[in-house]
Ligand binder design. Structure first.
Ligand SMILES: [Fe+2]
Ligand SMILES: [Fe+2]
Length: 224
């Protein structure tokens, strides 16, 4: 198992032990492992996946005002839905904490942390993997829907992101909660990619990824 350098990993785990409850650490470890597994399966960097998985929820228990203050200081765009529910900012703010506390500079890792809740239209494979692992790690349960989505995540990252967005939306609608426009943009983008007969290449943080060479994994050509 390619977990990144143990001393660094231990320092992140020690930080988490001081900032999140035990149950959340179990979830974090589940996300880390599923991200590693998906990265290996889809020919992505397993160490980056492990890092992003382990650090994705650093700011999960920050108070709403702290999240708003940090997001504002960072110049992050704030949607009215963010102001109504600042907890949604914990993903973007976790990336800020990963950079400030742990010196993470890799744009793919930072993007994967920032995109784990709402995604982002055009996000790359590492972001897609952590997005999927966050919703589908084994600790989330074993309903038929989750079992199917887990299986799909092993076969096709693009379709899995689309279908996982729909799964999350169905719960938000059933409980009459707000849907963040960024999540809708993510869902629409991945739906269009999944149903397009000739998907174009796409952009993430200024990096151009080549189009997919095989029908089964649209991200195969992006191995690094
Ligand atoms: Fe989260
Ligand atoms: Fe999470």
């Amino acid at each position: 198992m390619e977990k990144f350098s143990s001393a660094f990993r231990q320092s992140v785990l020690a930080w988490l032990a001081d900032h999140v409850p035990e149950s959340r650490i179990r979830h974090v470890l589940g996300v880390e492992q599923m991200a590693i597994d998906l990265a290996r399966l889809h020919h992505q960097d397993t160490e980056k996946a492990a890092q992003a998985g382990l650090m994705h929820d650093l700011a999960k228990y920050f108070k709403p005002q702290r999240l708003l203050d940090m997001a504002t200081a960072e110049g992050l765009p704030l949607d009215p839905v963010d102001r109504h529910n600042p907890h949604l900012l914990h993903a973007d703010v976790s990336a800020v904490v990963a950079r400030n506390e742990f010196g993470i500079r890799d744009p793919e890792v930072l993007a994967a942390i920032a995109n784990h809740t709402l995604g982002s239209p055009g996000m790359g494979p590492l972001s897609a993997i952590v997005f999927l692992a966050d919703t589908l790690e084994p600790g989330r349960g074993d309903t038929p829907e989750l079992v199917n989505l887990r299986q799909l995540s092993q076969q096709d990252l693009v379709q899995a992101v689309w279908m996982t967005c729909d799964y999350t939306f169905s719960h938000l609608l059933a409980t009459r909660r707000l849907i963040h426009p960024r999540a809708l943009l993510t869902r629409n983008w991945f739906l269009q990619q999944a149903t397009s007969s000739h998907s174009p290449s796409y952009l993430l943080s200024g990096h151009v990824y080549p189009p997919q060479p095989t029908p089964n994994s649209r991200f195969n050509s992006m191995a690094n």
